[in-house]
Design a protein around this ligand. Structure first.
Ligand code: CO
Length: 163
């Protein structure tokens, strides 16, 4: 129910030391939680920024990406795979998405990039990009999965309301 998670996040237009420090904190949160991606709205910051590392570990940072103001300009294929989300701990559901995307984005220095991504990285990018649009795993769940995970979802909502 956190409103930061369900609204469209704002563009980033200042690429400064404060931004670099916020990104460093996001890496800490992502690795401590054992995730492969994290979007700024998940840490209460309504900004169009996500970080990802398909290895999910500081032991291999070769796949680390900082993605700012991303735009999906092309999609292709279709694939279904199980997804989890750090904002929905212990809930895992099958989600169908395009298998690949062409993405335009800025890095932490503001430089523009465009590249094609497929398979697992494309899935992480699309999941985290959903967070920037206020779209959550619960919105991507089938009606059957919503019933199946109702108890866990109710507990999450009750916990958020309590604390
Ligand atoms: Co998520």
């Amino acid at each position: 129910p956190d409103p930061a998670l369900t609204r469209r996040a704002a563009d980033i237009d200042v690429f400064d030391e404060e931004l670099a420090q916020r990104i460093a904190r996001m890496w800490d949160v992502m690795y401590e939680a054992g995730g492969v991606g994290l979007a700024a709205p998940q840490v209460g910051w309504s900004a169009r920024l996500l970080v990802l590392n398909p290895e999910g570990s500081r032991d291999d940072t070769s796949g680390e990406m900082v993605v700012i103001n991303p735009r999906v300009v092309k999609k292709w294929g279709k694939a279904t795979a199980q997804e989890g989300c750090l904002s929905f701990p212990d809930i895992f559901v099958d989600v169908s998405r395009p298998a690949g995307v062409r993405l335009q984005w800025q890095d932490e220095t503001g430089e523009q990039h465009e590249s094609d991504f497929n398979d697992f990285v494309a899935r992480i990018l699309q999941h985290e990009n959903d967070h920037l649009e206020g779209v959550l795993l619960v919105h991507r769940m089938s009606p059957v999965d919503k019933i199946r995970w109702r108890r866990e979802l109710d507990e999450l909502a009750a916990g958020a309301a309590a604390g």
